[in-house]
Design a protein around this ligand. Structure first.
Ligand code: PNS
Length: 168
């Protein structure tokens, strides 16, 4: 059985992430989404909220596991018995930092391999920060995030608007 972990901030999850999760599950027997809890970073959603939004965005019959983790992604992978870290690539511009991370992760733990999956064309321009910005300024994000995430973004951003996005 091959286990893959998919680590990320997921602040919040969007259709591009879901696309990568679906593709990863087609390849690997077990996929564990790892929601990073980094105390030095300010998120719009708490780690519990981010993990819950991932869970609620997955189809009910899905066997994708969702956990949160702190510390190194390779340690999370090892603790889950995963030999693979999945990362999504939207465009060539992602490659620079992703390549750097993959090589550092390999140095930290040579038994864990990074596998890059390209997202579908319709998702290439999506990022969590862009979606927060659009939502905070009253733009429509319909169809770009699952309805549960759309509601959560509206709830979170409605009272404080763009200020909350700048903080995150
Ligand atoms: O969704 P993101 O913010 O692009 O995900 C980045 C993430 C969580 C994959 C990366 O920041 C990470 O792995 N953080 C955990 C700490 C770590 O392992 N750092 C060394 C990476 S080389």
């Amino acid at each position: 059985m091959t286990t893959a972990v998919y680590p990320g901030s997921f602040d919040p999850i969007h259709s591009g992430h879901l696309d990568v999760i679906g593709r990863a599950r087609q390849i690997f027997d077990r996929v564990v989404v790892g929601v990073l809890d980094n105390e030095h970073k300010q998120y719009l959603f708490s780690v519990e909220e981010r993990a819950e939004l991932v869970r609620q965005s997955l189809p009910p019959e899905s066997d994708i596991e969702v956990r949160h983790f702190s510390g190194l992604a390779v340690s999370f992978a090892t603790s889950e018995g995963a030999a693979v870290i999945v990362r999504g690539l939207r465009a060539v511009s992602d490659l620079d930092s992703e390549f750097q991370m993959a090589l550092m992760n390999r140095r930290l733990e040579p038994k864990v391999h990074t596998v890059f999956l390209t997202t579908g064309f319709s998702n290439v321009y999506l990022s969590s920060s862009l979606l927060k910005d659009v939502c905070a300024h009253g733009g429509s994000i319909e169809g770009l995030v699952p309805p549960v995430v759309e509601r959560a973004l509206h709830d979170k951003l409605a009272p404080t608007g763009a200020a909350a996005v700048r903080a995150g």
